[in-house]
Design a protein around this ligand. Structure first.
Ligand code: ATP
Length: 391
């Protein structure tokens, strides 16, 4: 069984800050590690204060009671989303997870107006999208919200990579020269060689095609970048590069990033927030620590429990002082914290032993025993001072 203990000393949960009605996390006072946890909490609060000052806490996406039904009103109607309520702040990196058919792609398409809600309200940047209205003109909105589709071929329809990359910028008003330079910049940001510019997109490998598709979205410079399973066909190095790029766009340029993924571990380190979809509903919105607290439900939601969460849960069960710390975002971070905790535990044990020895020594003297009596000589001694830890 995977059991999680509340962490987040000194940290306000997103839910509390957002007024989403979820209960705040309360830290239990624990060992000396509390200090580390509290200072981590302070840093998070400092970061939150800086974001507030930069206007980054404003919601840029807000969905209220949103429903979406494909082919609504026809005999083929298929309900895909029910009563979805979401609020996403500017400059956050949001992971969207959920099982097959849970509504993730439908959600992204509602956010850039490709689909209009059949119920409720979708507010994105300065636009409000309502049901039963004629499709509004959304060109201006689409310039500000880029969507990289689940299948890269859906982006690539020109006969050269360069034309595909220039399409967005030119469509949104860039000159040919500007569009060319944006195309090169976007291609390079995805770690691709300029030599690909003259290639036909359909001659690229699956991974290259995926990167070009993402580059075509980035070339238009959107404020909100949405990616539907962008890492699906990438190798592990390319996956890491892409995640690092997204984190940079978010942290350094203040862009809002939404990424659908089936591998939640790949975003654990960088995601500010998680949304979990299940059977067309949002069943969770919160940060990684809050998601970890619900890890027993991941399987039911069709999401594989990341090895990292499984491992950390086992260790917090063995060393409860670890539970005072925020969830480690990387395997290295986890290994370091476990090592520190084990070392701290061993030091604490040897200090206890030393004072136990001293006390025994004093009581032997008090009973009239020899001044140099060793505690080892006493019967019953032999307490183990170390712990054996195995993973
Ligand atoms: N064009 C369509 N017409 C009818 N039903 C659709 C259409 N597209 C999606 N659906 C249905 O809507 C529901 C949500 O689909 P969606 O593609 O949003 O899920 P998803 O979470 O992105 O799935 P996956 O992870 O498999 O890509 C599913 O039941 C799906 O069958």
């Amino acid at each position: 069984m995977i059991g999680w203990i509340r962490r987040n000393a000194g940290k306000k949960s997103n839910s509390e800050a957002d007024g989403f009605g979820r209960k705040p996390t309360i830290a239990e006072p624990l060992s000396g590690m509390d200090e580390a946890a509290a200072s981590m909490g302070d840093r998070i609060e400092d970061a939150a204060a800086k974001k507030n000052a930069a206007g980054l806490s404003d919601p840029v996406i807000e969905l209220s009671h949103v429903d979406y039904t494909y082919q609504a009103g026809s005999p083929f109607a298929a309900a895909a989303l029910h009563d979805v309520n979401i609020r996403i702040r500017k400059g956050t990196l949001v992971g969207i997870a959920g099982g097959t058919g849970s509504g993730k792609s439908t959600l992204l398409q509602l956010l850039n107006g490709l689909l209009l809600p059949t119920g409720g309200t979708v507010e994105v940047l300065d636009r409000t999208l309502l049901p039963n209205r004629q499709k509004p003109k959304l060109n201006a909105l689409r310039r500000r919200i880029g969507l990289s589709f689940q299948f890269p071929e859906q982006h690539l329809f020109e006969d050269t990579v360069e034309k595909d990359l220039m399409f967005g910028p030119m469509n949104f008003g860039s000159s040919r020269k500007e569009a060319q330079s944006k195309a090169v910049e976007a291609l390079k940001s995805m770690g691709l060689d300029e030599a690909l510019l003259k290639r036909h997109p359909l001659t690229l490998s699956g991974g290259q095609m995926r990167k070009v598709a993402i580059a075509s979205v980035l070339a238009a410079g959107p404020e909100i970048v949405m990616l539907d399973e962008p890492t699906a066909t990438l190798d592990s190095a390319a996956r890491r590069e892409l995640i690092a790029l997204l984190a940079r766009l978010c942290r350094e340029e203040g862009r809002t990033i939404l990424m659908v993924t089936h591998r939640i571990e790949e975003l654990m380190e960088v995601a500010d927030e998680w949304i979990v979809m299940h059977e067309g509903s949002v069943v969770f919105q919160g940060d990684a620590d809050e998601l970890a607290d619900r890890s027993e439900e991941l399987d039911h939601w069709g999401i594989a429990v990341p090895e990292q969460l499984r491992c950390w849960a086992e260790w917090t069960a063995r060393l409860p002082q670890l539970a005072a710390l925020p969830l480690p975002r990387t395997a290295e971070d986890m290994a370091r914290r476990i090592e520190e905790a084990v070392r701290g535990f061993a030091e604490c044990e040897s200090t206890n032993m030393a004072s136990e020895e001293g006390a025994k020594h004093e009581s032997i003297q008090a009973l009239g025993g020899p001044a140099d009596s060793s505690a080892d000589a006493l019967p019953g001694h032999g307490k183990e001072a170390s712990i054996c830890v195995t993973s």
